[in-house]
Design a protein around this ligand. Structure first.
Ligand code: HSE
Length: 440
């Protein structure tokens, strides 16, 4: 049978990795897919560079629409990124009857409902393994491997840039700004790292996992998103002393009140495997009723790890494109007519536990006042750590850090308690609040 023909939009790092891995492993991939898979057309604005990467046998154009219009192309890989032209091209490819493979988490987290509906109406597949945690086959695991389960929660380190920064901050005792500059110099962080460090990239991925885990629509606009820019080396150090590491987690959880969908720095017990995922690596922990806890670990970015996921999608489509669309795995794991309308909880209704750091005047009664506010609010304290003033502010210092770990409480209650504590004249700086996840 003649190979299935693939058109590639965007010959960047992942596009190049995909082309190379497909070539290198073509024989094995063909034995698995039952048919050869060939990238026969590439669209990239830098045509000369793209042509030099793919060789003379592949047609290179600078117009993505020429790929979509080519009747010989069965599958379009979208590796352009972003919500703009990528959305238009993906919808046009679907309208032209092409199956689509994309690594574009932003696009799916924001426009997934529209894109999956268009694909279902046209009877084509949109595959997106590479959109979440790069080379880790987490979409496959959630959508197929865990299909027997009622999934209870997912917690993932799903942004390598921020995990690299947090690891460096902990290892070297450095503050965020210093490590960010180093990460940029080493190529671990983009020149504009906003999406990574503000938690947006992780929230895109958490949104997609949430939809697949619970059969709800993709709803990025409902996600709570907080990045790592306000973390200091001191918090990482104090957390360590209390037996925790700070990780940027993407969390989605089923609760009786609704679905939690949130990205924020979290204290995680050092004894959990996921707390020991360091550097730019990713890991996703899934709690499900039948299987219990499972953990998926690997590279979340990079040319060939991401290519691994893109090509897995190409193989799936090659195997399934002649099947009755009703027999294929649904885009979001659940049949489109069986989606749930469970609502996503606002952050104020989320229940979790907390790490609080208060810079306070080292005076009589300050600790009693603060703990009194928490007691009054019905918030139970789990642990308190107070450093010597000299250790915090240098010899003769009259200030100190008060670190409090709480038991679970609803976020709205904690917000109110923090406002009351902050209003105390003996609380000298904005209170640091970091959520804590036991992941038990
Ligand atoms: N910028 C992402 C990360 C990789 O740092 O993990 C692509 O999502």
């Amino acid at each position: 049978m003649k190979p299935i023909q693939v058109g590639l939009l965007g010959m960047g790092v992942v596009g190049t990795g995909t082309f190379n891995v497909l070539q290198r492993n073509q024989e094995e991939i063909k034995r698995r897919a039952g048919r050869g898979i060939e990238i026969t057309m590439v669209a990239d604005l830098d045509m000369a560079r793209a042509q030099s990467l793919v060789g003379a046998g592949v047609q290179v154009v600078n117009d993505a629409r020429a790929v979509i219009a080519n009747p010989d192309i069965d599958i379009v890989i979208e590796l352009i990124g972003g919500y703009g032209i990528a959305r238009t091209l993906v919808l046009e490819a679907i309208a032209a009857g092409k199956h689509v493979v994309t690594a574009n988490k932003a696009l799916l987290a924001v426009h997934g409902t529209e894109i999956f509906a268009a694909a279902s109406a046209k009877g084509v597949m949109v595959a997106f393994e590479a959109a979440v945690a790069g080379g880790i086959p987490i979409i496959k695991a959630l959508r197929e491997g865990l299909t027997a389960n009622s999934i209870q929660w997912i917690a993932g380190i799903i942004n390598g840039t921020t995990n690299f920064i947090l690891s460096e901050m902990r290892d070297k005792g450095l503050d965020f700004g210093v490590v960010l500059k180093q990460a940029q110099a080493l190529g671990y962080a983009e020149a504009d790292p906003t999406f990574d460090i503000e938690g947006v990239d992780a929230a895109h991925k958490a949104t997609i996992m949430s939809a697949i885990a619970f059969g709800i629509p993709v709803q990025f606009d409902k996600a709570y998103v907080e990045g790592i820019t306000k973390l200091g080396a001191a918090d990482i150090k104090y957390a360590e002393q209390l037996g925790y590491r700070i990780k940027l987690l993407g969390i989605t959880k089923r609760t009786p009140a609704g679905i939690e969908l949130r990205v924020h720095p979290s204290l995680v017990p050092t004894k959990r495997l996921i707390a020991n995922v360091e550097g730019a690596m990713n890991a996703v922990m899934v709690q499900a009723d039948a299987v219990g806890t499972t953990l998926y670990y690997g590279k979340g970015a990079g040319a060939e790890p991401t290519a691994s996921a893109v090509i897995a999608d190409l193989v799936d489509i090659t195997r399934l494109h002649t099947a009755d669309p009703a027999q294929r795995v649904p885009h979001l794991a659940f049949q489109p007519n069986a989606m749930s309308d469970l609502h996503v909880l606002p952050m104020s209704e989320v229940v979790t536990s907390y790490y609080l750091r208060l810079r306070v005047a080292d005076e009589t009664g300050v600790l009693a006042k603060v703990t009194g506010i928490l007691a009054e609010a019905g918030i139970s304290i789990d642990a308190v750590l107070q450093r010597e003033a000299d250790e915090v502010g240098g010899e003769g210092s009259t200030q100190t850090d008060l670190i409090i770990l709480t038991h679970d409480c609803v976020e709205a209650k904690m917000n109110a308690a923090i406002a009351l504590m902050q209003a105390q004249p003996t609380v000298l700086e904005p209170i640091t609040r970091i959520r804590k996840e036991e992941l038990a």
